[in-house]
Design a protein around this ligand. Structure first.
Ligand SMILES: *Cc1c(COP(=O)(O)O)cnc(C)c1O
Length: 379
């Protein structure tokens, strides 16, 4: 399908082509100097003591929870309005996901109140998702977690470069988990990162990322070590040098790309005011968002599938973020859903529509999307 306006369009250029070619010429293809440099630069960008590169955000969530000690018998709080990987990571650790509702029809993030209303005696940790790049109210949520002795994991997949009170998202919790999948604000194809200020978590995640081995291939290659022990049941969640080389290029441009997203978002907000019944969430957002996606709330009772079909017919790609995790078959069959108390989440799940958003989008394309949406709603 040739889209007039695709949902997303990664910003990749000759710099990236050159960077990947350089990796091939270097003949060192995984977890080498580029990965180390990417980690240093990312930690600096977020203002954290550590950044650990992995092959996905899913792996980052899994290892952050494991390193925080989440294990069978524990409960972990999280939103249901998220990508399924957030919840899956909890289940990989043998723990139970406990879903919290979003704060309101305007604020599609969990809040201290919605977390507090589902907390259980077995709760060990909570995961926040900075939905669409809009920061959660971390001051309130961190205070709640401190009072209860809970670990806080941030799912920052939508929010690289977002800030709250001058601090980067990903530096507020015990760990921040980033994604560099193809449709994210910065991409390495596949890839992820954990940021943390805790030395113990960083060491544990580094160990688990590569089979629980005490030394790395690069250390042995450089003659720093000759043997290794295996001291934990680890995984292979390593990042390749191709991903790291792309990540370095993209990180250089992230602020500029996010600024373009912000500008396009403001065109959308302005234009959509003229379309009856369509609400744009996060009218009262806090901090400096990263504008990952542009979701709107359609009028109740709208035939959303028909709207998407009509927009597709004129070459405009749309999507839904998200079908609530507690409604998926695998979650229902595991006895984890559906959860009736998630009233707002389920309402949003039925009415949300994600419009195209990417840095190269023109004002004319925004106009095309909005006029097509208005027409599709009238039919
Ligand atoms: C994309 C995404 C993930 C998973 O990221 P991967 O790098 O593909 O594993 C997790 N959580 C959220 C909110 C996401 O959008």
């Amino acid at each position: 399908m040739q889209w007039q306006v695709p949902l997303f369009d990664p910003d990749l250029g000759e710099t990236e082509v050159q960077a990947v070619a350089d990796v091939i010429r270097s003949k060192w293809l995984t977890m080498g100097d580029r990965t180390t440099e990417f980690e240093h630069r990312f930690a600096e960008f977020c203002g954290t003591r550590h950044a650990i590169a992995l092959n996905s955000c899913t792996a980052a969530l899994h290892l952050s929870l494991a390193a925080a000690g989440v294990s069978p018998g524990d409960d972990v709080l999280l939103p249901s309005l998220t990508f399924v990987a957030t919840a899956n990571a909890i289940r990989y650790c043998g723990a139970r996901p406990v879903f919290a509702d979003v704060a309101s029809l305007d604020e599609w993030n969990v809040s201290r109140d919605t977390l507090e209303s589902v907390v259980t005696p077995k709760t060990r940790a909570l995961i926040v998702v900075h939905y669409a790049g809009y920061p959660c109210r971390m001051d309130d949520i961190s205070a709640f977690a401190r009072e209860r002795g809970l670990s806080v994991i941030e799912d920052v997949a939508h929010a690289p470069g977002a800030t709250l009170a001058g601090r980067a998202m990903g530096s507020w919790g015990d760990a921040g988990c980033f994604s560099f999948f193809s449709n994210k604000n910065m991409t390495t194809g596949e890839g992820g990162m954990v940021t943390t200020n805790r030395d113990d978590l960083a060491a544990r995640i580094r160990l688990l990322r590569s089979h629980g081995m005490t030394t790395q291939t690069l250390d042995r290659h450089k003659g720093h070590a000759f043997a290794y022990d295996v001291v934990a049941l680890g995984y292979n969640f390593r990042m390749s040098e191709f991903n790291a080389a792309l990540g370095l290029c993209q990180l250089n441009r992230l602020r500029g790309l996010n600024e373009k997203r912000r500008e396009i978002g403001s065109w959308y907000r302005h234009r959509l005011q003229g379309i009856r019944g369509v609400a744009v969430p996060f009218g009262h957002s806090v901090g400096g968002p990263a504008f990952h996606i542009f979701p709107v709330l359609l009028p109740a009772g709208t035939d959303r599938a028909a709207v998407m079909e009509r927009m597709k017919a004129v070459g405009i790609q749309t999507s839904i973020h998200y079908r609530p995790v507690d409604t998926f078959t695998a979650y229902v069959e595991a006895g984890l859903g559906p959860r009736k108390h998630l009233t707002l989440t389920h309402d949003i799940g039925n009415r949300a529509l994600t419009l195209p958003l990417y840095p190269a989008m023109s004002k004319a394309q925004v106009e095309l999307v909005c006029s097509s949406l208005a027409r599709s709603l009238e039919l």
